[in-house]
Design a binder for this molecule. Structure first.
Ligand SMILES: C[C@H](N)C(=O)N[C@H](CCC(=O)O)C(=O)O
Ligand code: MG
Length: 366
């Protein structure tokens, strides 16, 4: 299966409600999509969102990096898969979202060449998974109402965005807990918005109130490993590292310095599936559970993450793959099926994606 052409384009999908975190507010998913075409007629799909405030990647930087990497892939055989992955990772430093998009399309084609769904090629696992749903940071009333709607839609795990104002954040959590009750698992994500002191104050107050949190995600700045260590050691709630961990090396540092209890793996931070697999192995060695997460992104890359989560479900015990559930429409023919919190993986080879609607062509490499 020889790579003949790579198309780069864009898709835009409006959100059901604006996505608001301590770092940014967005009203639509606007992702770069890549389509790798081969001499056998097989097509591989990849996708990358521009999450500049987290990865540093923008639309233009993703297009530039995909174009640079893509030129080196033309004429190469999917059978030489390890070489191709080495080529993607070695072509450019950083630019993890672009590398993820290209790797996802290559893994799609590799699994198609074996005529099996990707999760089976990665070792097999359950074809059904359960995700949480993110509740954007907003007024208390809006967050309570969004949480109740999510519970009605079948979600029993909510990821509540905080990190804006410490007293208001505590009020947000208490109000949501009182509205949804103790059977709904609450996860908090401060997106680096709190200081160490604020984190200790807020988490202890919430614990004193009798709320058992599933975890608190990235309470302090990504680079503040000392802050992460202090918070992890002084509160009962598990602390999850998100923005602090991009690479396998970051995972080793955070784990060995006891700067978190759980690791959030996102393909857009790791640069794709190959490094995500390394982080999963590291977590398995240190007996640290993982969550698989996503940026605000569409169904192609989230389908890839879901295949990985299914294949590594013994280590990936938590799932935050709600990107497509936050979108008002699904542009994919094929790919993962989302029904409330339930994710079903398609039985077709590769990612199981046949086409993507609304693909706005940008550039072609051949
Ligand atoms: C969408 C997902 N549940 C999520 O919350 N991801 C954020 C980053 C999203 C973004 O800003 O695109 C996270 O886990 O921090
Ligand atoms: Mg996060």
């Amino acid at each position: 299966m020889i790579i003949e052409k790579i198309q780069i384009g864009k898709i835009k999908i409006p959100l059901i409600t604006p996505f608001k975190t301590a770092l940014r507010t967005v009203e639509s998913v606007e992702d770069i999509v890549i389509i790798i075409e081969t001499d056998t007629g097989n097509i591989g799909f990849g996708e990358a969102p521009p999450t500049a405030v987290i990865t540093g990647d923008t639309h233009n930087s993703i297009i530039g990096a995909v174009s640079l990497i893509g030129k080196q892939l033309i004429g190469k055989n999917i059978e030489d898969f390890n070489d191709l992955i080495g080529l993607v990772q070695g072509a450019i430093i950083k630019n993890t979202s672009a590398k993820a998009a290209v790797e996802i399309a290559l893994y799609d084609l590799f699994a198609q060449s074996m005529n099996k769904p990707l999760y089976k090629v990665l070792g097999g696992g359950p074809s059904q998974l359960k995700t949480d749903l993110t509740i954007s940071v907003d007024s208390v009333e809006k967050m309570v109402s969004d949480s109740l709607k999510a519970v009605e839609a079948g979600f029993d795990q909510l990821k509540i965005k905080v990190g804006k104002n410490i007293e208001e954040d505590i009020h947000r959590i208490k109000s949501i807990y009182e509205a949804v009750g103790p059977n709904i698992k609450l996860r908090l994500d401060a997106n680096q918005g709190w200081s160490t002191k604020e984190s200790l104050y807020a988490i202890k107050k919430i614990e004193e109130y009798g709320i058992v949190l599933d975890f608190v995600e990235q309470p302090v700045k990504a680079v503040d490993i000392h802050g992460m260590i202090k918070v992890t050691s002084e509160v009962l709630s598990p602390i999850l590292a998100d923005e602090s961990i991009f690479s396998p090396r970051d995972a080793v540092e955070v784990i060995t310095r006891k700067a978190a209890d759980i690791v959030n793996i996102k393909l857009m931070k790791t640069g794709g599936i190959s490094n995500a697999l390394k982080i999963i192995n590291i977590c398995e060695i240190y007996d640290i559970p993982c969550m698989i997460g996503c940026m605000l992104e569409g169904g192609i890359s989230v389908t890839a993450a879901a295949h990985l989560a299914a294949a590594k479900s013994s280590v990936i015990t938590r799932i935050d793959l709600d990107g497509p559930a936050l979108c008002s429409e699904n542009p994919l023919d094929g790919g993962l099926i989302m029904d409330g919190s339930k994710i079903t993986l398609p039985p077709e080879p590769g990612l199981g994606i046949k086409a993507v609607a609304g693909f706005e062509f940008i550039q072609e490499i051949k």
